[in-house]
Structure formats: structure tokens, C-alpha cells
Design a protein around this ligand. Structure first.
Ligand SMILES: NC(=O)c1ccc[n+]([C@@H]2O[C@H](COP(=O)([O-])OP(=O)(O)OC[C@H]3O[C@@H](n4cnc5c(N)ncnc54)[C@H](OP(=O)(O)O)[C@@H]3O)[C@@H](O)[C@H]2O)c1
Length: 341
């Protein structure tokens, strides 16, 4: 039986991954914190290891004898840039170092983000071979995490997945949009030219992560003479091949909740920036980071987030199990069945 070690298992993406791994018969061990919500993981029969991303020795022990390590833990929002860097970059480096210290280094699959690659021009689709150009603090921290694990690529087989917007069971980021549309039929769009989005359902992402561990290409080591050159090998975008913008997404959500019409309220600059700035100010006072902030507004104002699913299709034979509309319907049903909406 294959043994998988998962960080970030108590979060949205991690729970979906653990569920899939258990369903497929893997033995799963999870790194959790004292404050993590672990009821679901216990119910799934996963073994829990309490520890920290900063503690190299604890990581080495926790992942011992694992065949695969899925590094999912990460911060998607934070009050400060250095907090993002500490978790998303240094945390990834610690995990890769712990993998390299195993007698038989496991396959490491890093959950990065499309934000690490950055947006592309409208009308274009980003491929893994395009040079990364993140535009947000979050994106820079995820790119730094990719480079941190790539430093161990000569000793550890590493594959990096870059998901676009992830949605599905336990996903909280899109919940406010579902609720506003279901209750009021209104969808706030933070720009007049919303960028096309790359999206993936969390269960499809879980399947793709497992495929990446099984037969993904591995990162090439960075050699001194490469400078900061970009190797595409071992990187995969994780997305559907449909690219709705945020307004189209609102209409899809509307159909999923049984609304024939949705009023898409496009906000004119500088209003969305003022809203994001105000929310960020309150977040700082309350010392609790919110998903709406100035950094996310930078991403919302990009030209396009369309990324190519081709490499994952060609190398891993990955195709989402259902279309985007069906997945949004399933997400809406899950929110309702679980009393979230
Ligand atoms: N959601 C998306 O749309 C999306 C898109 C692209 C990429 N990603 C990436 O996917 C990963 C998971 O995101 P998510 O949406 O599942 O986020 P999430 O629901 O907030 O879960 C984050 C997970 O990371 C753990 N974590 C955070 N900081 C940690 C630390 N310092 N030490 C140990 N564990 C820590 C959390 O543990 P606790 O439960 O203890 O807090 C939680 O299990 C992240 O790396 C993110 O960058 C997400």
C-alpha cells in the first residue's frame, strides 16, 4: 500500500485530496497544528502528526517512509508580505529539505498557484514555458516557494502544480458570491473588464495531484549557469479549458441556484480599490486577514488568467471529470446540502 504524507490537509484543497487518497486505498498521514480542524481527517481514518513547517526535524520524522509528499499547506491571504513569504516560500523549502534527508527521498508534489506564473495578455493562453511574472505579493511568495523546492531537484523528484481558482466542497472563497446571487440575484464584479479565469474543481485537482505523483515529469535542478532561467519541465497548470470571466461566472452560479437572471454590478475604479483598502484596514485592526484585500485586487485587475491545460492532458492524461457548469451546480448543491447556503 502506498503511503502519502499531506500538509495543509485540514484546509479546503487538502481535505479533498485526503478524501481522494483514502478512497483510492492509500495510507495517509497528515501534518496538522494544534489549532487545525481535524474532525474530518479523523473520520477519514488519516493518521495525524502534530508539528510545524518551521521544524525540520519534526518534518523529517513525520514524513518518514512516505512514498509521496503532497505539500498543500499555504497562505492564500495574509496581513503582511513577509508572512506570505515565510509560509509559502520558506515552508516549501523546509519540506523539500526534509524530503532530501530521507534515505529514499519521496516524490514531492507542490501545490503552487497560477498566481506564481502571473497573468497573460488578453486573447492569449499562458503555457508553462512562458517566463513567470507574478503581479501580487501572494504570487511572488508562491513563485519563491517553487524555486525553493527546485533547489532540491537534484536529490528529490519534484513536480509542481499551479491551480487557477479552485472551487468545490469546503471552498469558502466563492461562497459569498453564491450566497449573494442565491439571496439577492446580485453579483459584484470588481472591474469593467474582468479577466478570463482558469478554474478547477477541488475533486479534479485531487485527481490531478495523484496523477502528478504517479507519473508527472520532475523539475530539473537549477544550475549556477542557468541564472534565473525558466525550465517548464515538471510544472503543470491545473485548470479546465473553459475561461469564464467573473461576470460569466456569476451567471453560471445564477443558473446553478435556479435564478434566470443575475444583475452583474461592475464597480468602477477607484471604488473597488477603496473597498479593498478599507477591508484591509479593518483586517489589520482585527488582526485577521480577509480574502478581499489590495493584493487580490491587483490580481482581479489583470488582463487575463487563461492558462493551458495541455501539458497535464498530454503527460498525465488528465481531463476534468465534468464540465464547469456541472461542477458549479454540484458545488451549489453541496453548499445547500451542508447548510452553507
Ligand atoms: N483555493 C484556491 O483557489 C487556490 C488556488 C491556487 C492555489 N492554491 C493553493 O492551495 C493550497 C491550499 O489552499 P486552500 O485553499 O486549501 O487554503 P486553506 O483552506 O486556507 O488551507 C490552508 C492549509 O494550510 C495550512 N497552513 C497554513 N499555514 C500553515 C503553517 N504555517 N503551518 C502549517 N500549516 C499551515 C492550514 O492549516 P490550519 O488548518 O491549521 O490553518 C490549512 O490546512 C495553498 O498552498 C494555496 O496557495 C489555492
Amino acid at each position: 500500500m502506498k503511503r502519502a504524507f499531506v500538509t495543509g490537509a485540514s484546509g479546503f484543497v487538502g481535505r479533498n485530496l485526503v478524501q481522494r487518497l483514502v478512497q483510492q486505498g492509500f495510507q495517509v498521514r497528515c501534518l496538522v497544528r494544534a489549532s487545525s480542524s481535524v474532525r474530518f481527517l479523523r473520520r477519514m481514518g488519516a493518521e495525524l502528526c502534530y508539528g510545524s513547517l518551521n521544524d525540520g526535524r519534526c518534518l523529517c520524522d513525520a514524513m518518514a517512509e512516505s512514498d509521496w509528499v503532497f505539500h498543500v499547506a499555504g497562505l492564500t491571504q495574509a496581513l503582511r508580505r513577509d508572512e506570505l513569504m515565510r509560509v509559502n516560500s520558506e515552508g516549501a523549502g523546509q519540506i523539500a529539505m526534509a524530503c532530501s534527508r530521507q534515505a529514499q527521498p519521496p516524490v514531492l508534489v507542490l501545490v503552487s498557484s497560477l498566481a506564481a506564473a502571473g497573468p497573460c495578455l488578453r486573447g492569449r493562453v499562458r503555457s508553462e514555458a512562458d517566463r513567470p511574472a507574478p503581479i501580487s505579493h501572494y504570487g511572488h511568495s508562491k513563485r519563491a516557494g517553487e524555486l525553493a523546492v527546485q533547489r532540491y531537484a537534484d536529490r528529490v523528484p519534484v513536480t509542481v502544480l499551479r491551480p487557477g481558482v479552485v472551487f468545490g466542497p469546503w471552498g469558502r472563497a466563492m461562497l459569498p458570491a453564491f450566497r449573494a446571487i442565491a439571496r439577492l440575484g446580485v453579483h459584484l464584479v470588481p472591474t469593467f473588464a474582468p479577466p478570463p479565469l482558469s478554474m478547477i474543481h477541488a475533486e479534479d485537482l485531487a485527481d490531478l495531484l495523484i496523477l502528478a505523483a504517479q507519473r508527472g515529469q520532475r523539475l530539473q535542478p537549477i544550475r549556477a549557469e542557468d541564472g534565473n532561467s525558466n525550465h517548464a519541465q515538471g510544472y503543470y497548470f491545473a485548470c479546465d479549458d473553459q475561461y469564464p470571466d467573473y461576470a460569466e461566472l456569476g451567471r453560471m452560479i445564477g443558473r446553478s441556484v435556479g435564478r434566470s437572471g443575475v444583475f452583474c454590478w461592475h464597480l468602477a475604479d477607484p471604488f473597488p480599490w477603496m473597498v479593498a483598502g478599507s477591508i484591509e484596514l479593518v483586517s489589520r485592526i482585527r488582526r485577521h486577514a480577509e480574502i478581499v484585500n489590495v493584493d487580490k485586487m491587483r490580481e482581479a485587475h489583470a488582463s487575463s488568467w487563461a492558462s493551458s491545460p495541455l501539458a497535464a492532458r498530454q503527460d498525465l492524461d488528465f481531463r476534468p471529470a465534468m464540465g464547469l457548469a456541472e461542477r458549479i451546480q454540484a458545488t451549489s448543491d453541496w453548499y445547500r446540502q451542508n447548510g452553507w447556503m
